[in-house]
Each structure stands twice: as C-alpha cells, then as structure tokens.
Design a protein around this ligand. Structure first.
Ligand SMILES: *Cc1c(COP(=O)(O)O)cnc(C)c1O
Length: 536
C-alpha cells in the first residue's frame, strides 16, 4: 500500500475553525457597483466579491498561535515586550538557522524568573548582526520596525538620497535590481534616483507544464552579466546599492537561486557596493531553493534562509507577505557591514534612519505598529519557515497554474510562490489587441462583472506604458496577476477561478479595451484613476 505522501495529492497540513460566509451578489449588481466605482478594481468593495486575488499582502489568515500571541500584546509606548520578541525572532530567523534561541517562549509561557528574564531577554547587549540589542541598538541602531514595506523603502531611499545629493548635487544615481516592485520603484524615483531592472534573459523561456513539479529554472535571478556591464558603464560611484527582490514579484513572482545571490554578492564585493534584499517572500524563496536547487534538498529551510541572508548587507521587508502577519514592515542592515560603513562617514546612518522613523512612524520600539500586531508577527516569523506550511502554500499556487495551463491559458511557467501570472500579450494574441488598449484591465473587469473574482493588472496600465519612453517601455512586463492569500482559500476557490478564466479565454475577442477617463497623469495611478471599458 502507498504511503500518505505517495498518493499523488497533498497531505492536509491544517484545518479551519473560523469561517466567513460570503454574500450572494448577482452579475447585474456587480455591473452596477463597477459603474459606481469608476471601474477601478481597487475600489470594488471586497465584501461583495466571491474570490479576491488582488494581493497576497496582509490578506493571510493567521494561525491559532498567532491569534493567541496577540493576547500577550503589550501596548506600552517604550520598549514593549513584543519589541524584544521581534528583534530576537529576526536574529533567530535571519541569522541562526537550525540554532534559534526561541526566547520568545519565555514570554509565551509566562516565565516568572525575573533574574532570568533580565539576563536572557530584556537586557541583552547584542551587536554585529541585523538587529543590535540593548545598548548597541541605541549607539548603532540597525533594526527598524515600520507599518509596512514601503515605509521601510521611504526611510531608506529618502535618507540615502539626502546624503548622496548633499555630496553631489548634480549627480545621477542608479539602483539596479532583478526587478523592482512598484512601490520600491516609486520610492526610488521620488527620491531622484533611477531604478533599473535587469531581469533574467530566461524570464520568457518556454517551460513545459509537465515539468512544474520537477524542476525550476529560477527565472527570478538577476542577469549578472548585465549587472557587471551596467556598473562598468555608469561607474560604481553612481550606484549607491544593488537590490535583489526575493522572490521577484514584478518578475512574475519567480524565485532567485542561492547561486545568483552569491554571484551578485561577488560583484558587489568587487566594486565595494552594498547589496540589499527586498526580502518580502524570503521563506517561499527558500522553499524553492530546497526543492529545486542542486545541493540543498537535505538542508532545512532555516539553514537555507541563514545562507541567503549571509550574502546581503541589509534588507527591507513587508511583513504582510509570506504569511507572516496582516501588518508590518522592517528595515535591517548588518552592523558594521558594507552598507553601514559606506553611508556613515559623517553621521551613523542608523541614527539618521531612526530620526526619520520617529518623525514619520513613532518611536523605535513600535514603529507605527500595535503591540499585539508585533506579537503576531514575531510568532509568524517562526511559522513561515515550517516546511509543511510552505509545501502547502507553494503547492496550491502550483496546482492553480497547472490547471490554467491545462486549459490552454497562457500563464508564466513555472509559477512563482505567491501568484499566478497570465501573460496578457499572449492571452490576446491574434485578436488585434494593442498594448495601449489595456486589455489586461479589461480582463480583470470582466472577471469581476461576470464571476465576482478580483485579479490585478500589473502591466501596460499599472507600469504606465503610455507615459514612458521607448527605452523605459522595455522594462515593462505585461501581466495579469492572481495573488493567492495564504491559508484563506481551498481547492473550490481555485477550481471556480480556473473555470471562469478558461471561459473568458475562450471568448477573449469580447473582452473590452479600456480607457483612462480620469487621472491618466497621476503617479501610482492604478490605485486611484477612473476607467472606462469600451464594450463593443
Ligand atoms: C508588497 C511589497 C512591497 C511593499 O510592501 P508594503 O507592505 O505593501 O508596503 C515591496 N516589495 C515587494 C516585493 C512587495 O511584494
């Protein structure tokens, strides 16, 4: 008889104790709502949808242990208990691999020994990693709690831009990446630095659907040859840092290999440049490495995460991803690392970050988060590196892509860890659609109108094709994204969606093009502009 893992279907890894019932909404009602909300998919009331793939950000269902930890949230203004738990969790997860301290357990289990709590938890002086502790977090702060990822980007790029332009007011600076996320790109731009995407050449390589359970080409990698050429061409002094987005969200959520992280690290070292990660989905990325990169199948996820982060000088992170929590962000850099040294010639860069953190988000022990959210996050950090969870998570997204591909729908293969991406250009091939017709938006509008399913256009419209130069347009990938919330949906949601998308694919000539009726020039306009579908 076969063992459980040999049955050819996933072994269940969780069960639900809380259920939310959905509303019954008719197609006519949705059509009316769309008109009332200017056909902007972000404006459609979520409570009237059937399945919502707009984002995997902050949409996770938390675990029972996370909900339980919220009861231990400490809402004090200075040095709340969660602050210590979170900084310890950051050290455990990003630096300690299979040897975590798990000191959070002292808080979760109500440790009563005051001496022990003082010595081992509250008064530890720690230095040299991503989260200094005690005295050292005051002298050389390097761990910043923030409400979400983009706040970390704002603090980082706002501060370094000020330093760069103070020294060189007429300078032109560039931050190359394997694929900047939209808020990262906008934050870099807003600070007068040029974001540059060096996608892997393999991004659009054909990949046979049968292989998605067996192999992965790590299409999220940065093109290191292009990176080297870019640095040589612009000059290393024009490049404040290199960025790697893990996983590559803009690049169809594709994972980045450890081999690539190492290679980028080597180039960073060669030119003495800091390497930062946009670490939003580090755990999902680690799972891909374990499954598919040579030499890692026997390593634990925590050990892989530890190695990944040994190659970077710092990272920004949205804790709303990776099933971590519903809220939170962070900015961390290695104490006395390349980044720290490069930007601390006059004043310690961490002190400057802290000023901006306090100005915008509150003091350093909570950074705009509530104490209970900090506790949920600290527990979440330990849970997302559990293999059972990750297998289930990535498996669900993979099955989703597999089922769509089997229906002939052009999806990016293999799928990444958090979302399935339709290749919009290919989807409409042969229908005479032009890129400026924003048919990808039309597809998302029809999905809502007919089926109550919300997806997100991330292509010609979101990345502002019409506002860009021919050179900049090359950096745009034309996708419609289905981001899957973690632990929220089951196979019935996936099957319903696959059936709906397949139906629309069959009738793709009837999907309307879309005009921007209001706010064409707005920045980050996909969140705010008004649209108008052109039904034939
Ligand atoms: C979500 C995300 C961000 C921004 O984080 P927020 O918490 O939404 O502000 C940055 N980078 C990537 C890759 C993301 O997915």
């Amino acid at each position: 008889m076969k063992q459980s893992h040999e049955l050819g279907v996933p072994v269940p890894s969780k069960k639900a104790y809380v259920v939310r019932n959905l509303k019954n909404v008719s197609g006519k009602q949705r059509e009316y709502i769309q008109k009332k909300t200017e056909y902007n998919v972000f404006s459609f009331p979520a409570g009237l949808l059937t399945v919502d793939y707009l984002s995997d950000s902050g949409t996770t269902s938390m675990t029972d242990r996370q909900w339980a930890a919220m009861m231990l949230g400490d809402e004090s203004y200075g040095r709340n208990t969660g602050y210590f738990c979170l900084l310890e969790a950051v050290r455990d997860i990003f630096e300690r691999g299979d040897m975590p301290s798990k000191k959070i357990d002292m808080i979760l289990t109500g440790e009563k020994d005051t001496e022990k709590l003082m010595d081992e938890f509250f008064l530890e002086h720690i230095e040299g990693g991503f989260a200094n502790g005690g005295r050292f977090q005051l002298i050389r702060p390097n761990a910043f709690i923030l409400p979400q990822g983009r706040c970390a980007e704002h603090v980082l790029f706002g501060t370094i831009s000020r330093l760069l332009f103070a020294e060189n007011p007429k300078g032109k600076f560039f931050i190359p990446s394997n694929g900047h996320f939209d808020t990262t790109e906008a934050n870099i731009h807003a600070n007068r630095i040029q974001p540059v995407n060096l996608f892997s050449e393999s991004m659009f390589d054909e990949f046979p659907v049968e292989d998605i359970y067996k192999k992965n080409p790590f299409k999220g990698d940065m093109d290191v040859e292009k990176l080297k050429r870019f640095i040589e061409e612009k000059g290393a002094d024009k490049i404040p840092m290199i960025y790697l987005t893990i996983t590559n969200n803009t690049g169809a959520g594709q994972p980045v290999s450890l081999k690539n992280m190492k290679a980028v690290r080597d180039i960073a070292d060669e030119y003495d440049l800091p390497l930062f990660y946009d670490a939003c989905r580090f755990a999902e990325n680690a799972m891909f490495i374990k499954e598919f990169e040579d030499g890692y199948s026997n390593k634990s996820i925590p050990e892989i995460v530890k190695e990944m982060f040994s190659y970077c000088d710092g990272f920004t992170i949205s804790f709303k991803k990776d099933g971590l929590a519903n809220m939170g962000g962070g900015l961390f850099f290695k104490d006395k690392g390349t980044f720290h040294k490069k930007f601390s010639s006059n004043e310690d860069i961490g002190v400057l970050f802290k000023e901006m953190q306090i100005l915008c988000y509150g003091n350093d022990s909570y950074g705009g988060m509530s104490g209970r959210d900090i506790m949920a996050l600290a527990v979440g950090l330990y849970e997302v590196v559990e293999e059972n969870y990750l297998k289930d998570r990535i498996g669900q997204v993979r099955d989703f892509a597999y089922k769509l591909a089997k229906k002939g729908v052009p999806v990016i293969l293999p799928p990444g860890g958090h979302a399935v991406y339709i290749d919009t250009t290919e989807f409409f091939e042969g229908t005479g659609a032009k890129i400026g017709d924003f048919k990808g938006v039309g597809l998302t509008l029809e999905l809502i109108r007919l089926y109550g399913i919300r997806a997100c256009e991330l292509g010609a419209f979101a990345f502002e094709w019409d506002k860009k130069t021919p050179e900049e347009r090359k950096g745009i990938l034309n996708f419609v994204r289905f981001a899957v919330p973690r632990n929220a949906y089951g196979p019935e949601h996936i099957d319903y969606t696959v059936a709906a998308v397949a139906e629309l694919y069959k009738n793709r000539e009837k999907i309307p093009s879309v005009e921007i009726s209001r706010g064409q020039q707005l920045r980050l306009r996909h969140f705010q502009s008004g649209l108008k579908p052109k039904y034939l």
